[in-house]
Write a protein that binds this ligand. Structure first.
Ligand code: AMP
Ligand code: ZN
Ligand code: FE
Ligand code: FE
Length: 278
């Protein structure tokens, strides 16, 4: 992709092998360079493990690397993803919590595979953990095994038929509230942003998350059409929230490589940085 005039762009939502993406941090930075991004945030689910490698390659390529994380919280039964930025990724309390979440994720895979076996979908734990490697295990790893075995025709079909809420192999993650997720990020010195608000069941929840300390909202996302993007930009202004954005790229885990498909203006980064320092 060629740079569109001299404007600078960022991607603040990227997954690596440290969670359910398929690229190493180095590969993500290489793709970010090819797509002419000036800054990126690696936002793995419950893991900051890729940050060091990302920073190393970022420095080499002249790309700013921001600490990031994606936490899954729950509002009642509904999953709400909270992104964190600019926090101290050596914060002991945060690292302890992440370790706990990662081991809960492993146990959850055992429960999911068992539920699948109960409905005669026979995949083994080994199949899943081969894909997980030493990353944070998730449902997308299970979905990929089901896809590779020809049980579903696309990983997203695995969610629709088996893995989503209300489906036969659904198992919730260790449940934390949106307040807890926001608090974890803020206590480590970071900014908490609501990921892909288009997936929220009720938009009025945004106001309650603001009460809980939410500071930003993801305005740019591949699931946001330009109308939806405009809508959340207005919501951000209305609620006094800063804006974030990114491709939510999982490498090739969902079929298509998304880095470069969503371009977020660099100007949004300064106010985020400033707020994190306060
Ligand atoms: P987990 O963190 O294990 O609960 O899994 C959540 C992840 O699964 C999300 O971040 C997405 O990467 C992926 N995911 C969730 N729903 C779908 C879906 N319908 N199709 C494809 N991937 C999905
Ligand atoms: Zn994911
Ligand atoms: Fe998410
Ligand atoms: Fe994500």
């Amino acid at each position: 992709m060629t740079p569109m005039n001299s404007k600078k762009w960022i991607d603040l939502h990227l997954h690596t092998l440290a969670s359910d993406g398929t690229f190493t941090a180095q590969e993500v930075l290489e793709k970010a360079r090819e797509a002419h991004f000036s800054a990126v945030a690696i936002t793995d689910h419950d893991s900051v493990r890729a940050l060091e490698e990302a920073r190393f390659h970022g420095e080499k390529f002249g790309i700013e690397v921001i600490s990031g994380i994606e936490l899954s919280a729950y509002h009642a039964e509904q999953e709400v993803h909270i992104l964190g930025y600019f926090f101290d990724d050596k914060n002991v309390l945060l690292l302890e919590k992440l370790k706990e979440f990662q081991s809960a994720r492993e146990k959850r895979i055992h429960a999911i595979v068992k539920k699948l076996q109960e409905i005669k979908i026979n995949i083994s734990l080994d199949d899943v953990f081969k894909l997980v490697g030493d990353g944070a295990a998730g449902r997308l790893h299970v979905a990929r095994v089901l896809y590779e075995k020809g049980i579903v025709t696309h990983p997203s079909e695995a969610f629709k038929r088996f893995l989503s809420y209300g489906k036969p192999a659904y198992v919730p993650k260790e449940k934390i509230s949106t307040w807890e997720a926001i608090d974890m990020i803020r206590k480590a010195g970071g900014i908490a942003s609501l990921a892909h608000p288009v997936f929220l069941p009720q938009e009025k929840l945004i106001a309650s998350f603001v009460q809980e300390g939410l500071q930003a909202i993801e305005v740019y996302h591949p699931e946001h059409s330009s109308g939806v993007t405009d809508h959340y930009r207005k919501m951000a202004i209305e609620h006094g929230l800063l804006m974030t954005g990114g491709s939510d790229c999982h490498g090739l885990a969902k079929g298509k490589m998304l880095i470069g498909s969503v371009r977020t203006p660099y100007e949004l980064l300064e106010p985020l940085k400033k707020r994190a320092l306060n």
